[in-house]
Design a protein around this ligand. Structure first.
Ligand SMILES: Cc1ncc(COP(=O)(O)O)c(C=O)c1O
Length: 385
């Protein structure tokens, strides 16, 4: 019999839309959060050299010591924080890192606080551990930035973990260091542990990224190479673990993951050592695409009440279109040939929205915009209120 846990696990709509879109000719893909850049050549060369050198066996389940050291140095260089390599556990992407964090923290019935909208997979990580989900509402009127007062009303003695994500998926929202400091300190006051998903760091257009580790050691910080270094298919990430948890996280990693692929880890070392210039260009390109798409949404007659400050997503309100967000996604795909992800996957506050990813070329974005505008020209937009 299929377990109740498996039954409760919801599909990942972006991947479902991708599968559908792939069966249709000539679709512009704005549904998946996958960089269209190539992995930096130095990374590929390092991994190929490692393969040729026979680095094909298991590594330590925490990861190669050189990679863990490179990650430790990265925290020092980028954020000025001292993170011992002993606290770094390397994983096959940041997704298993999230699973390790929740598996280590959450007992059945424990409360995990998320924002709504949230990254679609977060509730499913909590469900795998039979945790209980509480959400804090975010709204476009505040740029989808969290309000620490709203968190203070939700995070309490019942809360085991507080999940933070900035730049955020699906909104692209970022928040300042004071907000992060406030959120960390209210988690601390409630004796809850912060899990901070920092996978979009490096893709912040205005201002600086701040890690939760600047404010506390008692946080699981999840990060990876997928987004920043255009390495989604390499499957490489990590989690920085609070000092008292390393052994427990490692036990779960040893049993369930064994280790991240050996030669891929060598690619990761090269990325951290040589990737910063690449990132400056990438960030600038994404910023231009964001500015383009933000102004185009208005041309379409749809509403975007905020400007995302990072990652590569826009959450566009489609409540003026006939039907619900699933109908809107169908309309975009079938009438305009543009794939977009329906918002309900990202929480009730994204229910009336489509998520558009601008991890696609300027030409493809221009094509998408032209198609959408043309398709919408025949549609009567009707305000919901
Ligand atoms: C917020 C967020 N966290 C984690 C992930 C997982 O990334 P990966 O497992 O490729 O590192 C994604 C992927 O889209 C994401 O958007």
């Amino acid at each position: 019999m299929v377990s109740e846990r498996a039954t409760r696990t919801t599909p990942f709509a972006a991947m479902d839309v991708l599968e559908r879109a792939n069966r249709i000719d000539d679709v512009v893909h704005l549904e998946v959060g996958e960089p269209d850049f190539e992995t930096p050549a130095a990374v590929t060369e390092a991994a190929v050299a490692a393969l040729r050198a026979g680095e094909t066996g298991y590594t330590s389940s925490k990861g190669k010591p050189e990679l863990r050291q490179a990650i430790s140095e990265y925290y020092d260089r980028r954020y000025g924080v001292d993170v011992s390599a002993d606290r770094v556990v390397v994983t096959s992407g940041s997704s298993p890192a999230l699973l390790l964090a929740f598996s280590t923290l959450v007992d059945p019935g424990d409360e995990v606080v998320l924002t709504d909208p949230y990254y679609a997979c977060y509730p499913n990580f909590v469900r795998q551990c039979d945790g209980r989900i509480e959400t804090v509402d975010l709204s476009a009127d505040d740029g989808f930035r969290p309000d620490p007062d709203a968190f203070a009303r939700t995070v309490d003695a019942e809360t085991e973990a507080l999940l933070l994500n900035a730049p955020a998926n699906p909104t692209g929202a970022v928040y300042d260091d004071d907000t992060l400091a406030d959120l960390v300190s209210l988690a601390d006051a409630a004796d809850a542990t912060v899990v901070s998903d920092e996978v979009y760091h490096g893709l912040t257009y205005d201002g600086e990224d701040h890690t939760a580790l600047e404010y506390t050691d008692d946080a699981f910080v999840v990060d990876g190479f997928s987004k920043r270094f255009a390495m989604t298919g390499w499957r490489l990430g990590w989690v920085v673990v609070p000092p008292g948890y390393v052994d427990h996280v490692n036990r779960i990693a040893q049993n369930t993951l064994i280790c991240a692929p050996n030669f891929v880890q060598s690619g990761g070392i090269a990325a951290l050592e040589s990737g910063e210039d690449f990132l400056d260009d990438v960030r600038e390109t994404y910023r231009e695409r964001r500015d383009f798409l933000v102004s185009e949404v208005e041309e379409w007659g749809l509403s975007l009440d905020y400007t995302p400050g990072g990652a590569y997503y826009l959450l566009v309100d489609v409540s003026d279109l006939p039907g619900d967000a699933f109908d809107a996604a169908d309309f975009f795909l079938e009438e305009a040939g543009v794939a977009a992800t329906p918002g309900p996957d990202f929480g009730s506050n994204a229910e009336d929205c489509l998520r558009l990813s601008y991890a696609n070329s300027a030409e493809q974005l221009a094509e998408a915009s032209e198609r959408i505008q043309e398709a919408l020209a025949d549609v009567e937009l009707h305000p919901a209120d």
